[in-house]
Design a protein around this ligand. Structure first.
Ligand SMILES: *[C@@H]1O[C@H](CO)[C@@H](O)[C@H](O)[C@H]1NC(C)=O
Length: 658
C-alpha cells in the first residue's frame, strides 16, 4: 500500500509539472499501411497485414505500436485519473513447422517501444529473462508454448503479464459459447482469432475475451482480472501495440485488423468478413468433386510420404547406430527433441566459420577451440568445439547444454544451440565482440591511457558478473555452480557489459544437499583453498573465485603473476590483505586508474574482494550479500522469489562422472 501511495505521489508531481491534457485516441484499421504504425525490428506491413517476425531462421523480435502513446494517467482536477480503454483486434499465429508449438504474441502497453534488454524466444521480445523488469509494462500474452519455469498452465493460454514473463494470471485459450459451454481455441492453428480487451482505470480491472473471428463477442470474458497493484505498472504515457519473437523456428504472427478507443464505450467494430485466412495447408477451394479428387490425391500422397519417411527413418537409425556414439547417444536425441536449445546442422556451422578456418579462430576455451562465425551473413556467433574421445566428454557436454540452454540471463553468455558431428561436439553462443576481461585488464601493458578500462566500467562489469552469478546460485530451485570463474571466462558484449561464460563445468546441486565428491576442476589461483582437501565445490568456492577476480580487476594485477617461479612471489590476495592490515589498502589499486578518485568505492570493492576470498568458506559472504553491497538491495530483490524447477531436465545428464 505504501508503494502505491509513493507511486501516486510521484505521478501527481509529474503531472503537476507537465500539466498535460488528455487527447482521446480512437482508431480503426481494417487494413494497415506501413505508415500507420511504428514498426520495430522484423515487423512490417505486408499486403495490408502486420507481420511481427520474419521468415528467416534467425532469432529475432518484431513489434508494432500505434505512433501516439495513450495518456494513461491524467490529473484534470488535481487527482489522478487513470484512463480506461477498449480495444479489439484479429490475429493469427502459424508456426511453419506444425509440430512446433511456437511462442505466440503479446498485446503490450509500455512506456517505451523498446524495453531494454528484451530478448527473443519465449520472452515475446519484451523481457530479458524470467525476472521482472523495471519498465512499466502490461502485456496480455497469447502464448502457444508451455514454459514450466514461468508457471504456464498449459501450452495454449492467455495471460496477464505485469512487468514479468511470469503471468499474474493465466487461462487456457477459449471462450464460453451462448450455452455456457467452454470451447478451446487452438491459437497456433493459423485460424483468425478475434480478441477484445477492456481496461477500466477506475476499477483497475482488465477483461480479455477471445473467439474465432466471425463469431459475435462472447458475453462472458475469458479473463477478468482485477488488481489495484496494476497502477504500479502504468506510466503517464504508454505505447500500445504488439510484440512477438522467435528463436530459430519460423512462426508467422499476424495482426489483421485493430481498433482502439479510450473515450469510454466499446472499440469500433472491425470488419472481419473479408479477412484472408492463413491456414497451414488450405485445401483448394472449388466444387465438391474437385475437393474430393484433390482429397484422394492428397490422401495417397500422404500414405506414400509416410512409407518413404518410415524407410528413411529405418535407414537413418541404422546409419546412426553404426557411426555414432553408443551408450549415451539416445539421451542426446531426447534432448534434441525435448529441450532447448536448437540443434544446428554441421553444414550450417561449417559455412558460418568458413570451414572452421584458422583465421576465424578466437582462441581456446575450457575444452577446446572457439571459432567466430556468421550465420546468414548477419548474426555473429561463437562456436566452441569440444573434442571428446571419452564418455566423460559426452557427459560434460550434455551437462553444459542442458544447463546452458535453460539458463537465460542478461549477464550470462547465452547459448543459441549445439551440433554434433561424429566425435565432434559444438556449442553455439552469442558472439561477444569485446572479448574477455583478460584482454582489457592484463594483456595491455603499453596501451595508451584512453584505452585502459576505466574504474566505472570495471565496477559495472563486476556488478554484472555478480548478478549473473547470483542468478546461477539463487535463481533456480537447484543451485548451479560455475566452478571456473576467472577473467578469461568473463566476456564483454557490444555495450561493454559483463557476461559470465563457459558453463562447461557447471553442475547442478540440490539446495541444501551435500554435493558429492567430484574431481577438482577449475583454474589454479582461483580455486578456493579448502578444495585442496575437500574436492567438493560449493557456492562459497565460487564466491572465492569471484573475490579473486574483484581484486584482480581493482588492482590490474593477476593473482599469480609468474607461475610462482620467483621465491618471493606473493599471491595478490595475500598482498592486498597485508596492505589492508597496514591501513594502506588503496595502494593496491591499479596505478592506471588510481587518479579516478572514487576512493570510497575502490575501498568497498577491495574490502568485498577480501571478504570473498577469505580462507575460511564460512566467513565468505553469499552472492546475495555481494550483490547487495555492489548494486544495492534492490538488485537482489529483482531476483524475487523466482524459483525454477530444473528437476525435469534429463536425469542422467547430471550424474556424477564417478
Ligand atoms: C469485465 O467483465 C465483468 C464480468 O462480465 C464485468 O462485470 C465488468 O464490468 C467488466 N469490466 C470491464 C472493464 O469491462
Amino acid at each position: 500500500m505504501l508503494r502505491i501511495t509513493a507511486y501516486s505521489a510521484l505521478f501527481f508531481l509529474l503531472f503537476h509539472l507537465f500539466n498535460t491534457h488528455s487527447s482521446a485516441i480512437n482508431f480503426l484499421y481494417n487494413s494497415f499501411n506501413p505508415t500507420d504504425l511504428i514498426l520495430i525490428s522484423d515487423a512490417r506491413v505486408d499486403s495490408s497485414i502486420v507481420r511481427l517476425t520474419n521468415d528467416s531462421d534467425q532469432s529475432s523480435i518484431g513489434r508494432a505500436f500505434y505512433p501516439t502513446p495513450l495518456k494513461m494517467i491524467t490529473t484534470p482536477t488535481n487527482t489522478n485519473t487513470i484512463t480506461s480503454f477498449s480495444t479489439s483486434f484479429v490475429f493469427s499465429i502459424l508456426p511453419q513447422d506444425p509440430t512446433n508449438p511456437g511462442f505466440g504474441l503479446a498485446f503490450v502497453l509500455s512506456n517505451t517501444t523498446s524495453p531494454s534488454g528484451a530478448i527473443s524466444g519465449q520472452y515475446f521480445g519484451l523481457f530479458s529473462n524470467a525476472l521482472p523488469i523495471h519498465t512499466p509494462l502490461l502485456a496480455v500474452e497469447f502464448d502457444t508454448g508451455q514454459n514450466q519455469e514461468f508457471n504456464d498452465s498449459d501450452g495454449n493460454h492467455v495471460g496477464i503479464d505485469l512487468n514479468s514473463i511470469q503471468s499474474s494470471f493465466n487461462q487456457t485459450a477459449g471462450y464460453w459459447d451462448s450455452t455456457g459451454e467452454f470451447r478451446t481455441i487452438h491459437m497456433n492453428s493459423g485460424q483468425n482469432i478475434r480478441a477484445w480487451i477492456e481496461f477500466s482505470g477506475t476499477d483497475l480491472q482488465i477483461n480479455v475475451t477471445i473467439s474465432p473471428a466471425g463469431i459475435s463477442k462472447p458475453s462472458r470474458p475469458l479473463i477478468s482480472y482485477q488488481n489495484p497493484e496494476i497502477v504500479n505498472y502504468l506510466s503517464d504515457q504508454m505505447y500500445v501495440g504488439f510484440s512477438a519473437s522467435k528463436v530459430t523456428w519460423v512462426e508467422r504472427q499476424r495482426i489483421l485488423g485493430w481498433s482502439l478507443s479510450d473515450m469510454g464505450g466499446a472499440a469500433r467494430e472491425l470488419n472481419t468478413s473479408n479477412l484472408p485466412v492463413f491456414l497451414p495447408d488450405s485445401p483448394p477451394r472449388g466444387s465438391p468433386s474437385a475437393g474430393l479428387i484433390s482429397g484422394t490425391t492428397i490422401g495417397s500422397v500422404v500414405v506414400m510420404a509416410v512409407c518413404l519417411w518410415g524407410l528413411y527413418w529405418f535407414w537413418y537409425r541404422k546409419q546412426r547406430n553404426k557411426e555414432e556414439l553408443e551408450a549415451d547417444d539416445d539421451k542426446i536425441e531426447e534432448w534434441e527433441l525435448e529441450y532447448w536449445p536448437h540443434r544446428f546442422s554441421y553444414e550450417e556451422l561449417w559455412k558460418a566459420t568458413k570451414g572452421f578456418s584458422k583465421e576465424e579462430m578466437l582462441g581456446f576455451g575450457g575444452f577446446g577451440r572457439v571459432y567466430k562465425g556468421v550465420l546468414s551473413s548477419t548474426t555473429e556467433i561463437a562456436v566452441k568445439c569440444i573434442s571428446h574421445d571419452s564418455k566423460q566428454g559426452v557427459r560434460e557436454f550434455m551437462a553444459e547444454i542442458s544447463s546452458m540452454g535453460r539458463l537465460q540471463h542478461k549477464n550470462l553468455v547465452n547459448m543459441k544451440g549445439w551440433c554434433r558431428k561424429g566425435n565432434e561436439l559444438m556449442l553455439v553462443y552469442d558472439y561477444m565482440p569485446n572479448g574477455s576481461l583478460n584482454n582489457w585488464i592484463f594483456d595491455k601493458p603499453n596501451t595508451p591511457e584512453d584505452q585502459i578500462l576505466g574504474w566505472d566500467v570495471r565496477r559495472r562489469v563486476l556488478g554484472d558478473v555478480a548478478e549473473g552469478l547470483l542468478y546461477l546460485h539463487h535463481g533456480w530451485d537447484q543451485m548451479v555452480l560455475h566452478r571456473d570463474i576467472k577473467p578469461g571466462n568473463i566476456l564483454l558484449d557490444g555495450e561493454m557489459r559483463g557476461r559470465l561464460g563457459d558453463f562447461g563445468l557447471a553442475k547442478l546441486y540440490q539446495h541444501g544437499e551435500a554435493p558429492g565428491k567430484t574431481r577438482v576442476v577449475g583454474t589454479l589461483g582461483y580455486l578456493a583453498p579448502e578444495l585442496a582437501h575437500v574436492p567438493a565445490p560449493t557456492a562459497a568456492s565460487d564466491v572465492y573465485s569471484f573475490g579473486v577476480v574483484m581484486l584482480e580487476v581493482a588492482c590490474g594485477r593477476r593473482q599469480i603473476e609468474g607461475w610462482l617461479e620467483e621465491e618471493d612471489e606473493v599471491l595478490l590476495v595475500d598482498r592486498v590483505s597485508e596492505l589492508y592490515v597496514e591501513g594502506r589498502v588503496l595502494e593496491a589499486v591499479d596505478e592506471r586508474i588510481r587518479g579516478e578518485c572514487k576512493v570510497e568505492e575502490m575501498e568497498k570493492v577491495l574490502k568485498l574482494g577480501l571478504a570473498c576470498s577469505h580462507p575460511d568458506p564460512n566467513h565468505r559472504p553469499t552472492m546475495k550479500e555481494v550483490v547487495a553491497v555492489l548494486l544495492g538491495e534492490e538488485a537482489v530483490a529483482r531476483l524475487g522469489s523466482l524459483v525454477v524447477d530444473l528437476g525435469r531436465i534429463g536425469s542422467g545428464a547430471f550424474d556424477d562422472p564417478t
